[in-house]
Design a protein around this ligand. Structure first.
Ligand SMILES: [Fe+2]
Ligand SMILES: [Fe+2]
Length: 256
């Protein structure tokens, strides 16, 4: 068979196979939300009736996705670090840098959590997402700092040794200008009482990944214990304003 003869049917076949692999999880069907598809440039969602028609004997997944690490019944922040955050090194290196610099525990915690939006959820506006996730559980100073690092990292503060990152020139081009909402946020943050806490996130942000750095989440367990109010019901089950975000991380492919 000439496999180049009919590329359309091949790609249709590939789609079909992918759908079978991705959706058929034993007796359950996992679904992709619109956001997952938008990342591939498509505005679409899995059709419930079509999937059900193709898998008449199966029910939709309404709980844990067996392809992801199992979460305990009452998950802690540490459980999310281990089981849901795609990368720990950047967070641990930044927090270690802050710890070695002799900064207080709020600053160290802010550095440890500053990019959990990216590590677990989404890149766009990650400072805002990350701050919202932790807001019910940390001092206002910590969540404010995480939120504002989104804007502050684009603006130098030579008084504390923070220059515009070389990496951003490489990543975004020399002519990249932050959006007006980021500029306005920076201007508001500049005179805020917690400005320096957020600024210290940017100062301790390790932009170049060091594969040889010795970092360990255990170094921060006590700081988390003292500064992150772990709900006794588990993150996601405590009825806080951000509980749904933690549940979504736990069960990202639930049908509803
Ligand atoms: Fe960041
Ligand atoms: Fe960062």
């Amino acid at each position: 068979m000439n496999e180049h003869a009919n590329p359309q049917s091949l790609s249709a076949r590939a789609d079909e196979l992918e759908e079978q692999m991705m959706h058929a999880l034993g007796e359950r069907i996992a679904t992709k939300s619109v956001l997952f598809n938008m990342a591939d440039g498509k505005i679409e969602m899995d059709s419930g009736p079509a999937l059900k028609a193709a898998n008449p004997d199966k029910y939709f997944l309404m709980g844990a996705d067996p392809r992801l690490p199992e979460m305990p019944d009452k998950p802690t922040l540490i459980d999310f670090f281990h089981n849901r955050f795609a990368s720990l090194n950047h967070l641990l290196q930044s927090a270690t840098h802050a710890l070695k610099g002799g900064h207080n525990e709020k600053v160290v915690l802010a550095c440890l959590l500053h990019d959990i939006g990216v590590a677990s959820f989404i890149r766009c506006d990650h400072g805002y997402w990350g701050a919202q996730m932790i807001e019910p559980y940390v001092d206002e100073e910590v969540s404010w700092a995480v939120r504002m690092h989104q804007a502050l990292r684009f603006f130098p503060d030579p008084a504390v040794g923070y220059e515009y990152p070389e990496m951003y020139i490489k990543y975004f081009g020399a002519d990249y200008k932050p959006e007006p909402y980021i500029v306005a946020e920076y201007e508001r943050a500049r005179n805020h009482k917690f400005y320096m806490t957020s600024r210290l996130i940017t100062v301790n942000d390790i932009y170049s990944f060091d594969p040889d750095a010795k970092v360990d989440l255990n170094d921060f367990v006590d700081i988390i214990g003292r500064n992150f109010k772990q709900p006794k019901e588990g993150l996601g089950f405590d009825n806080s304003p951000s509980a749904h975000m933690w549940r979504t991380l736990m069960w990202p492919t639930r049908f509803l």
